[in-house]
Structure formats: C-alpha cells, structure tokens
Design a binder for this molecule. Structure first.
Ligand code: GBH
Length: 489
C-alpha cells in the first residue's frame, strides 16, 4: 500500500515549481499514479477509443453535374433565390469529389483514425431508383480505398439529406414509397461498400432535422411547411425508411457489419444534480425525442406524443413499428447543445427551461456553449435504452475563423468548446455509457446548409476561392488529444 506522497501529490501541495526544479521531475510527473489523494479513479478514454472526423456529401463534394449525378433537393433549394444566405450553393463546396485524396492525407497527418462521410443518393441512383450509376458508386469505392490505404476506418451514412429531386417530385417523405426506395438504395450501397471492407453504416442523419426544418418551418430543403398532421405522417415514413434500410443493409452486406442511425436527440440536462431533476431529465429524454429515438429504440409512440397530436396523430401499424424498431448494432449521436430540465408537478413531471437572452453561444446563435450535453446525452440514452454501442457521430462548433497575418487560424474559441465537450464525455464514460468513438464536426469548413459558407465548422480552414486548406489551431489540439488518447484535457 502506498504510504508516502508521490511527487505529483507533493507538487500539488508545494506548488508545481518546487517539483519542476528537481532533475527527475518530468519523469515523476508523467508516471504519477492515476489515483489522486482523494482516492477517486481518474477518468479517461478506453484504449481502443476511436477518434474521427465527419463530413456530409452535399456539404463538401461539389461536382454536382459530374459522373452522372442527378439533381438533389438541395441543388433545387440552394438555387432558389432567398433560401440560402449569400445565394451560396453546393455546386463547388470543398471540391472534395476531386480533392478527396489530399483531404485523406490531411486527416492522416492529424492522426485521425476514422472518417464519417455520407453517400449522395443521386450519384448512385440519379433519379432515386432504377438502374444504378456505376460512376457514382465508383467515387465512394475509391474514397474507401484511399481511407484504408491510410489506416482510416470508414463510417458510411446513407442519407444526409440530399434526396434525389425525382423522388421529391413524387412527394419525398410524404410518400410512403420513399421509405422503400431508400431501403433499396441503402442495401445496394451497403452491399458494394461492405464488399470492400466498410463495417459501419448509418441509415440516416438527424431525422428530426430534415423533418422539422425541411417540412415544418421550411428553412431546409425541400422548403415546405406542411402543418402538423402531414408532418407527423411523413415523420413516420422517415422512421419506416430507417427501419427498412437497417433490414436491407443487413440482407445485402458481405460479412459482419454494424448498422445504426445517427440521430440528434434533444439532450436534457438536469439543472441540478438532485435525484428529482435527474429523473425528470430521463423522462424528458424519452418524451422530447418521442417520434425519433424513442420510437426507433422502443417500437412505440409514447402515449403523451399521441395524445398531444390528437386527431393529427400518424396512421401506423404494429408491423411498421416492428420494422422501425429493428434492433441496432450501434447508435450514432450528434450533440451540439443542451436543454435544461427540472422536475415539476405538471402531468409531464418535467419542465424545460427557456434560456436567458445572455446565454453564451458560438458563431451560430443556436449553438449555445453547453457542453453538458456530451455527458448527459449519452448517459441518459444509456440509462433509458442500453444500446450496445454508441458513437458520438458529430460534435463541434462554428467560430469566426479568419487567417491572421502569418496565415494561421488561432481558433481558441473552438478549442475551448471541444475541450469542454470532451471533458464532459469522460463523465458519460465513467457512468457506463458504451461510447466507442467520437467524430468532430467537421474536418473542413463547408456548406453549412441555409447559412451557406458564412458559418465555419471545420478544424481545417478552407479558402473557398482557392480551395486552400489550412489546419486551424484546433486541428493541432485535436491531433494532440488523439496522440494522448484524451489525456490531460
Ligand atoms: C448538424 O445538425 C448536421 O448534421 C450537419 O450537417 C451540420 O453541418 C452541423 O450540425 C452544424 O450545424 O438556424 O436556429 O433554425 C445539427 C442540428 C439542427 C442545428 C438545425 C441547427 C438550425 C437552428 N441542427 N439547427 S436555426
């Protein structure tokens, strides 16, 4: 048993300089035991934790008319005046379609171990179905080959919002048939990519976002405001598309693959650490995500959700709910912000708290500085549903990133955001959430949907005139985090 103080403990008591002045100090500091004087085990990341970065097809690829790609709803939407800031479109974006080799090399240089990309449905099926376009698929085969050549694990998302326009013309998610078209496409791509060694597939990215912004308030493609009843029904079709795709991916995949969804649940944070507030947050996790994660992981719409909709509730069958809740191998979770919750005596038993006007935020006004979501999000998901494995499939922030006179981008605000989020993630791990990896959003500054190129989320700066890539200070931060497997945050 340890009876004397270690040098690290001594250093704490005496102040760092006392230890730093001895010749053996750095050895002693580095090798200090991981048990602090308070007896608490130091937190940390598991040995095989995977550190990744993420992008999405329409946000980075460009080359929208090349190699047989058909138009997507985001081409239509971004070319409609007034829909996207500054009239920006994804026509060129990061030119990733042509520069992917350089960008994979960039990732390799940063030590990034996994890359989450999405496949553009209209590259593979230009009109949504029928005959596949081999040139479209070929791009993703080449990308995967390049990733593997650099030891980077590919994580593939099938639907990150760029629906073929031809399917939108037939109703998009308002048509139940779209769910079947997605499953066919997903099965086809998963068959081909699993044959070249891709092991992780996510059916969709953020069902909540494309439902609520695409069809609810119209700020994303296809830019509709359909009203409550139609919204609930198309939400149901999207869930069905997810479930059918899980089955189709498994049916077509070669070898063992891990299948899941990448969703952005509202992350309720108990506003105090009292048992009541924690219980309230757990209830909020189920109810606030009732038509997304809860339906997918439980196979039911909660009573509260259905009662709230009344006559506008979706039509659904028990068989559809069974398909929607097909068990998943992995769960992808995107977290950016928190929703503060406390216990209440209302029938809901919880209350979500509005944010005060001066709550701090990053460059996007919605992106509050509330890193607790990365602790409570995975933790409550784990407590509610016990998924087998969780990946944080997106986390990151916008910042006003310019290059200084020396050509550097010193994005200390982003480093602050990421460091706090990663520290919170350690708490989730300590509470048993089976988080196996983390993907920073994003590798590159890119087309930020309705904000166009005006909001930068990359750890690598992109000059959109020249396509020059400049790793920001946060890229160096992330590189060092990866090198130390998350130590010393
Ligand atoms: C993710 O969405 C997306 O998956 C990714 O493609 C995107 O680039 C990234 O985050 C950064 O935004 O403007 O007030 O109407 C995150 C969830 C939902 C956050 C929609 C922004 C719009 C808020 N997003 N929300 S507002």
């Amino acid at each position: 048993m340890k009876t004397s103080l270690s040098r690290r403990d001594l250093g704490r008591l005496l102040g760092a300089s006392a230890v730093a002045s001895t010749a053996t100090s750095s050895f002693a500091l580095e090798n200090a035991p991981s048990v602090s004087p308070m007896g608490r085990r130091s937190e940390g990341f598991p040995d095989r934790f995977l550190w990744g970065s993420a992008t999405a097809s329409y946000q980075v690829e460009g080359s929208v008319n090349d190699a047989g790609r058909g138009p997507s709803i985001w081409d239509t939407f971004s070319h409609t005046p007034g829909k996207v800031a500054n009239h920006d479109t994804g026509d060129v974006a990061d030119d990733f379609f042509r520069r992917y080799r350089d960008d994979v090399q960039l990732m390799n240089g940063l030590g990034i171990q996994a890359f989450r990309f999405s496949v553009a449905w209209p590259r593979v099926f230009p009109t949504g179905g029928g005959m596949p376009n081999p040139q479209g698929l070929d791009f993703y085969l080449r990308l995967v080959e390049e990733l593997h050549a650099h030891g980077i694990e590919p994580f593939c998302t099938l639907y990150h919002w760029d629906m073929p326009q031809a399917l939108q013309d037939r109703g998009g998610w308002e048509s139940r048939d779209t769910a079947y078209r997605l499953a066919e496409y997903a099965g086809y791509v998963a068959g081909k990519l699993s044959a070249v060694g891709v092991k992780h597939f996510f059916t969709m990215n953020e069902i909540r976002t494309f439902v609520e912004l695409g069809y609810g308030n119209g700020t994303h493609a296809p830019g509709l405001k359909v009203g409550r009843k139609r919204l609930a029904q198309l939400n149901h079709h999207a869930l069905l598309g997810h479930g059918l795709s899980v089955q189709s991916i498994r049916a077509h995949a070669v070898g063992d693959v891990q299948v899941g969804v990448a969703e952005n649940p509202i992350a309720p944070v108990p506003v105090t650490p009292s048992g009541d507030d924690i219980a309230a947050a757990r209830t909020a996790m189920r109810e606030e995500n009732a038509s997304y994660l809860t339906a997918i992981l439980e196979g039911v719409y909660t009573d509260r959700y259905l009662a709230g909709l009344g006559v506008d509730a979706p039509h659904f069958t028990a068989e559809e709910m069974r398909i929607i809740s097909t068990p998943l191998d992995v769960l992808g979770l995107n977290f950016y912000t928190s929703t503060y919750v406390r216990a209440s005596h209302s029938p809901a038993s919880y209350e979500t708290l509005a944010l005060p006007a001066d709550f701090p935020h990053m460059a996007s006004s919605w992106l509050t500085v509330s890193p607790e979501c990365v602790h409570w999000g995975p933790r409550l998901v784990h407590e509610c549903w016990r998924p087998k494995a969780i990946y944080i499939t997106e986390n990151g922030c916008s910042a006003d990133d310019g290059l200084n006179a020396n050509g550097e981008c010193l994005d200390t605000g982003r480093i602050m955001y990421l460091r706090n989020c990663l520290s919170q993630l350690e708490h989730a791990l300590a509470h048993g959430a089976p988080v196996q990896g983390y993907f920073v959003w994003s590798l590159l500054d890119n087309f930020e949907w309705a904000d166009g190129y005006g909001k930068r989320f990359g750890i690598v700066h992109v000059d959109f005139k020249t396509q020059k890539r400049t790793p920001k200070l946060s890229a160096r931060f992330y590189q060092k985090v990866i090198e130390g497997n998350g130590k010393n945050l």
